[in-house]
Write a protein that binds this ligand. Structure first.
Ligand code: FAD
Length: 470
């Protein structure tokens, strides 16, 4: 551990918010230390979030394709089966390669890395209980809190990470459950549900609200739910869990309609509690320096990421805003730019959201519901993937592109894509929103043929005029 006194910036937490902030600070010539208690860098995202989930989504997709579609393409082999331990090994390798990669980036950029738990002694001083059992003090002129978030439990349900699991346990099951119940139909629940459904689990998703992924455009959401249902995922919406019984071999959940009514019992081998995440500030000593938190434990910040205490900043999942890795990274860069006396910038209206199921669902900007609510006159252009030659040529033509534009000016307000690779396709829409492009601007941009991206161009044509291929 460094214990150095003269840091310009100390970052607490080595997740996507913290490690990116630390690297950027060092690149801007600021002497920087990052404190991380986990023992590996990358935070939730690399260790137990984005990366391992995408690794398993990919592996399970390959298996599912091998079982269900390869033969149609003339690729035939007998006895396709899953070796779960090997699949998990592949995921673990992806995680360790990437977390070690960040350690190398720290070395390359001369960021000091202190492995331990940091706690405020004063606004410019932290005591760190190091992983090797020691204690050290780290001082800095500016301190950035990037302590992220943790799994939110549900009252009356104890997570044991074996039969009642959080996303962390669901990423490391040692057997494929025959029956899996997912509590919560947000993107994490649907992604993990998809993984296990593809590997053979009977998956039921129980959701208190009337809809899955509430932030999604309603029309896209309906098609998305139908698609997941075709993949044999079952949904029990407007349903709440009132009791959990783990006293026998199977877990028994007592369910009730959200609005009250007759109870029913649903059995499962494994239950995934996926009811959201809470900001994490426990043991950080915020009370020692008077940093305020709001009702749900988030740290409010001003437009320059400053907390109510001078010299103390906060970014990422621990502050209000979408709890997403790329948003945390944007926060980190902008926060450090402000500290370095430059201008930083994050536009929270243009943070893309992606659900990495198959098909993927990606969106940026406003949903049709939001535009209606704002009273903006608008036009909608849609293009189904069935009209896209690349999608047809690879027999993967589920989904659509939907573009919402302001009626008067044709300015693009929101883009919603459901198709394989939607998470890659969304970024031309992000760029369009950033540059305040019109749907005609997208339509008149030459798109390579044959690509899935042509569906974005055709949806743009459909917004202000007519598409060609449908
Ligand atoms: P975190 O990544 O949570 O990092 C905070 C770090 O701070 C942790 O490593 C913690 O150990 C450390 N820490 C906390 N307190 C202290 C302390 N006092 N001292 C030292 N260290 C401390 N987002 C996406 O954008 N795309 C996805 O596909 C995606 N998939 C996800 C899948 C799952 C299963 C989960 C759980 C999350 C997923 N997320 C995804 C969300 C994403 O992981 C978070 O938004 C992101 O990690 C937030 O980054 P952060 O830096 O704010 O916090």
């Amino acid at each position: 551990a460094s214990g150095s006194d003269d840091n310009d910036v100390v970052v607490i937490g080595g997740g996507p918010g913290g490690y990116v902030a630390a690297i950027k600070a060092a690149q801007l010539g600021l002497k920087t230390t990052c404190i991380e208690k986990r023992g590996t860098l990358g935070g939730t995202c690399l260790n137990v979030g984005c990366i391992p989930s995408k690794a398993l989504l990919h592996s399970s997709h390959m298996y599912h394709e091998a079982k269900t579609t390869f033969a149609k393409h003339g690729v035939k082999f007998d006895n396709v089966h899953v070796d779960l331990a090997e699949m998990m090994g592949q995921k673990d390798k992806a995680v360790s390669t990437l977390t070690k990669g960040i350690e190398s980036l720290f070395k390359k950029n001369k960021v000091t890395y202190v492995k331990g738990h940091g706690k405020f002694l004063s606004p410019s001083e932290l005591s760190v209980d190091t992983i090797d059992g020691g204690t050290t003090v780290v001082k800095g002129k500016n301190i950035i809190i990037s302590t992220g978030s943790d799994v939110k439990g549900l009252p009356g349900i104890t997570i044991d990470e074996k039969r009642i699991v959080s996303s962390t346990g669901a990423l490391a099951l040692t057997e494929i459950p025959k029956k899996l119940i997912v509590i919560g139909a947000g993107y994490i629940g649907l992604e993990m549900g998809s993984v296990w459904a593809r590997l053979g689990s009977e998956v039921t998703v129980v959701e208190f609200a009337p809809d899955i992924v509430p932030s999604m455009d309603g029309e896209i959401r309906k098609q998305f739910q139908r698609s997941l249902e075709k993949q044999k995922m079952k949904f029990m919406l407007k349903t709440k869990v009132v009791a959990v019984d783990t006293s026998t071999d199977v877990v028994k959940l007592t369910l009730e309609p959200s609005a009250g009514g007759d109870q029913s019992v649903l059995e499962a081998d494994v239950v995934l509690v996926s009811a959201g995440r809470s900001p994490f500030t426990s043991g950080l000593g915020l009370e020692n320096i008077g940093v305020e938190t709001d009702k749900i434990g988030r740290i409010p910040v001003d437009s320059r990421f400053s907390t109510n205490v001078k010299g103390v900043y906060a970014i990422g999942d621990v502050i209000p805003g979408p709890m997403l890795a790329h948003k945390a990274e944007e926060d980190g860069i902008a926060c450090v730019e402000f500290i370095a006396g430059k201008e930083g910038h994050v536009d929270y209206d243009k943070v893309p959201g992606v659900v990495y199921t198959h098909p993927e669902v990606a969106s940026v900007g406003k949903t049709e519901e939001q535009v209606k609510e704002l009273g903006i006159a608008y036009t909608v252009g849609k293009f189904p993937m069935l009209g896209n030659s690349r999608a047809k040529s690879i027999d993967d033509a589920e989904g659509l592109v939907k573009i919402i534009a302001e009626k008067e000016t044709d300015k693009v307000l929101g883009v919603h894509i459901m198709c394989s690779n939607a998470g890659e396709l969304i970024h031309e829409a992000s760029l369009a929103l950033t540059y305040e492009a019109s749907s005609e601007d997208i339509a008149r941009t030459c798109h390579a043929h044959p690509t899935l991206s042509e569906a974005v161009k055709e949806a743009a044509m459909a917004t202000y005029d007519k598409p060609i291929h449908i």
